[in-house]
Design a protein around this ligand. Structure first.
Ligand SMILES: *[C@@H]1O[C@H](CO)[C@@H](O)[C@H](O)[C@H]1NC(C)=O
Ligand SMILES: *[C@@H]1O[C@H](CO)[C@@H](O)[C@H](O)[C@H]1NC(C)=O
Ligand SMILES: *[C@@H]1O[C@H](CO)[C@@H](O)[C@H](O)[C@H]1NC(C)=O
Ligand SMILES: *[C@@H]1O[C@H](CO)[C@@H](O)[C@H](O)[C@H]1NC(C)=O
Ligand SMILES: *[C@@H]1O[C@H](CO)[C@@H](O)[C@H](O)[C@H]1NC(C)=O
Ligand SMILES: *[C@@H]1O[C@H](CO)[C@@H](O)[C@H](O)[C@H]1NC(C)=O
Length: 696
């Protein structure tokens, strides 16, 4: 043990002595880890050390050669070999970068060299890589070993491709050459490597003189040394690595534009006493900023991509803005709680999908929806309007109507405004409109008890609107399709006050009379404005509609039967009023109630507003708190009270256009235009197209 210890000490001592001696005279190791600024390299040709510390052998000019050698020779003398390593073993690690010139092509190449002399003044550029010329190529008197990184395939040198690594002895016709690639430790596979991509590439060259093994290993920047070398070969360098040698680099560019690159060395370590230290990338000088062809193209494409991305983001933003765009003005602040955001309604109605469509009201499409978070079921009515004129008053009215509370009114929850669109949010009525149930062929019809309850409910709602609220609210469009049924089949009046919207649109010089033919007070056209009595008239038509299960106005009937009120009136005069009751009821009704409803319908439908009962009286009759007065037998036919021009044109237009007829028969909204103060002029009604506003 003791003997072994002593001999180890002795060995260690001699080693240390050798290293310190070598350091003093001919160093056998060195490292340039943060550039070559302080390095006293031997340069020739176009080689220079940039202010950044980069060693640039060539720029991209043509026909350049360049050399850079470590200034002191390295001792490879066999006889002065140490005990541990054969004298000609060495290990080196360096980082190269081959940056293509303006035309993106590259040339010609770069080589790591160990040579007897630093004098390469006779060497040529192009494929000779600054190492030899045509005459001296391969001559054993050259005395050099090189590893070339060749980016041009020179046929006369037997190159395999324009991206290879070769082992050169005394010439540039390589003994061994392989295409550049590296073994990725992580992926456990060979990965191709483009020498002229302009990126730093790490190179390790290790030679063990004992078993004459030479390894060349490549890897891209910031990658640990691959476990497997690119090239591992047995080669005897003892004839070349003799005495003192110079280590360094050689590079050359091509003879024409497009075959010239800038060749850079970023860092370098060399060792004869062991494995060369790897270089720390964070300390290496950086390559100059991208310029020139390929990089410019890359920069432009990156810029284009960024611009495209911005455009896409911008477009998405604009699209989103547009999608959820709404009109919101200062005066609306006080309606905060009643104001819904368009986005909320959009989400609630699943983007106003057709699947959510409940139907077409007199003023626009109605969508079913569910409010996010609260899950409250709603109906959203999309009302289009032409101008924002008077919108403030209208919204204020609508909102104040939202404050109306009655068990037979559909509650307005709020509103939202968009350009040319007003959205009204109501509570959802599960059973839809009364009209649907009355005229549905698929569903069992409503029985008399249900119908009578609905009639009483609507009457009490109208009483509330006319007499019991803070202000008088005229409905102006009472009809079965505006009566909605909640889950308990309770009748609820909807759309109240909406007709006002039509007053706001259009020419301020004219007023528009809104209503539905058959429900419309004939006096409206004369007086030119809606009254409580005109609501009562509509309610009368509604009563007859519910009792008879027929539309108040049906242009498909014979002329004397077009208006339901005329049919009921004739039946009344024959003293057989219940004959007109809905056949679908099959006689299952309380005769007194049926009679009462039909007679009340006739009373309310009196063409003279003075003879109609008030809604208060109507409710009293319905509740049985007062007896019905006599119906004047001489009450005129409705048909005689509608301007003849309309009657003449209506059936015709119905014949001409079946869809118009269908629209009319199912109770479309129509409105008349008339000049204020002048009353209705027949001339203005002569063209049906100009006066009929089909409100769907
Ligand atoms: C390259 O370097 C040479 C001298 O080293 C110089 O004359 C030439 O203008 C340079 N070319 C470019 C493109 O920088
Ligand atoms: C090799 O170079 C030497 C010295 O330059 C020269 O004398 C010799 O002729 C050359 N050999 C060949 C084969 O060219
Ligand atoms: C990788 O390349 C080396 C040298 O060319 C070769 O020997 C080896 O089989 C290759 N390995 C794979 C996984 O392709
Ligand atoms: C060369 O590479 C082989 C395979 O990785 C390895 O076994 C050998 O030790 C290496 N030789 C030198 C001198 O690095
Ligand atoms: C090698 O070194 C020995 C002694 O150390 C010396 O005699 C010999 O000349 C050297 N050979 C060369 C080629 O430098
Ligand atoms: C040379 O190798 C020795 C032994 O492995 C090591 O200590 C030293 O750091 C290396 N020097 C360089 C510059 O690689």
């Amino acid at each position: 043990m003791a003997a072994a210890f002593t001999s180890f000490h002795l060995w260690l001592f001699s080693c240390l002595a050798l290293v310190s001696m070598a350091k003093a005279q001919d160093p056998d190791q060195f490292i340039f880890t943060n550039g070559f600024r302080r390095a006293n390299l031997h340069l020739d040709g176009s080689a220079e050390i940039r202010s950044s510390g980069l060693l640039r052998l060539t720029n991209s000019s043509v026909l350049q050669t360049a050399h850079a050698f470590y200034p002191s020779p390295i001792n490879f003398n066999h006889s002065s070999s140490s005990t541990s390593l054969p004298s000609y073993s060495f290990s080196t690690n360096f980082v190269i970068a081959i940056v293509p010139g303006p035309n993106e092509a590259s040339g010609h190449g770069l080589a790591f060299v160990i040579a007897e002399s630093m004098d390469f003044s006779q060497a040529a550029a192009v494929q000779y890589l600054g190492l030899v010329n045509e005459a001296t190529n391969g001559n054993s008197s050259n005395q050099f070993f090189a590893v070339e990184f060749d980016t041009v395939s020179s046929i006369d040198m037997g190159d395999i491709d324009g991206d290879h690594v070769g082992i050169d002895l005394n010439g540039v016709r390589s003994n061994i050459q392989v295409t550049a690639e590296y073994f990725s430790n992580e992926e456990r596979m060979n990965t191709s490597l483009d020498l002229k991509a302009g990126h730093p590439i790490q190179v390790w060259i290790d030679y063990d003189g004992r078993d004459q093994q030479l390894n060349v290993t490549l890897a891209p920047e910031n990658t640990p040394k691959p476990n497997r070398p690119l090239l591992s070969t047995t080669i005897d360098l003892s004839d070349i690595l003799m005495g003192t040698m110079y280590v360094g680099f050689s590079a050359a560019t091509g003879s024409r534009q497009g075959t010239s690159s800038s060749h850079y060395i970023l860092g370098w370590s060399f060792n004869r006493s062991g494995e060369a230290q790897s270089l720390d990338f964070s300390q290496l000088p950086k390559l100059p900023k991208i310029s020139g062809g390929r990089n410019k193209v890359r920069l432009i494409s990156i810029l284009a991509a960024v611009v495209l991305l911005l455009i896409i983001i911008g477009a998405a933003y604009v699209y989103r803005r547009k999608k959820y765009e709404e009109v919101r003005e200062d005066w609306e602040k006080e309606y905060g709680p009643q104001r819904f955001s368009y986005k909320t309604l959009y989400i609630a109605t699943k983007g106003f999908k057709d699947k959510q469509l409940l139907g077409f009201g007199g003023f626009g499409k109605v969508y079913k929806g569910k409010l996010p978070y609260t899950n409250e079921q709603i109906a959203v009515k999309k009302v289009s309007h032409k101008s924002d004129q008077g919108m403030k008053e209208f919204v204020s009215e609508i909102v104040s109507m939202g404050r109306l509370r009655h068990k037979n009114l559909v509650r307005l929850l709020g509103y939202c405004r968009r350009k040319k669109e007003l959205l009204l949010v109501y509570e959802l009525m599960e059973n839809g409109s009364l009209e649907k149930l009355l005229f549905s062929v698929n569903r069992p019809t409503l029985n008399w008890f249900q119908r009578f309850e609905i009639i009483r409910g609507v009457a009490s709602a109208l009483l509330y609107l006319h007499e019991e609220g803070e202000q008088v609210v005229l409905h102006r469009d009472i009809k079965a399709s505006n009566v909605l049924l909640d889950s308990t089949l309770n009748g609820r009046l909807g759309d109240f006050g909406l007709a006002r919207l039509y007053d706001r649109d259009g020419d301020p010089q004219t007023t528009r009379l809104v209503g539905t033919l058959g429900y419309m007070d004939p006096e409206l056209t004369r007086i030119g404005r809606a009254t409580k009595a005109s609501d009562v008239f509509s309610f009368g038509a509604f009563l007859l509609e519910v009792a008879c299960g027929r539309k108040p106005f049906d242009p498909n009937k014979p002329p004397e039967d077009i208006f339901l009120v005329d049919v009921v009136n004739r039946s009344f005069k024959r003293d057989a009023i219940v004959d007109v009751s809905d056949p679908k009821l099959q006689g299952n009704y309380v005769v007194e109630e049926m009679e009462k409803v039909l007679k009340l319908g006739l009373l309310c439908s009196n063409t003279k507003s003075d003879f109609r009962p008030t809604i208060k009286e109507v409710v009293q009759y319905l509740e049985g708190n007062a007896n019905l007065p006599d119906i004047p037998l001489d009450s005129n036919s409705i048909a005689q009270n509608i301007p003849s021009s309309i009657l003449e044109t209506l059936p015709q237009s119905a014949e001409i256009n079946m869809s118009t007829a269908n629209n009319l028969s199912s109770g479309s909204m129509i409105s008349f235009s008339s000049s204020v103060g002048k009353g209705l002029s027949l001339n203005s009604l002569s063209s049906i197209d100009s006066v009929l506003h089909i409100g769907r």
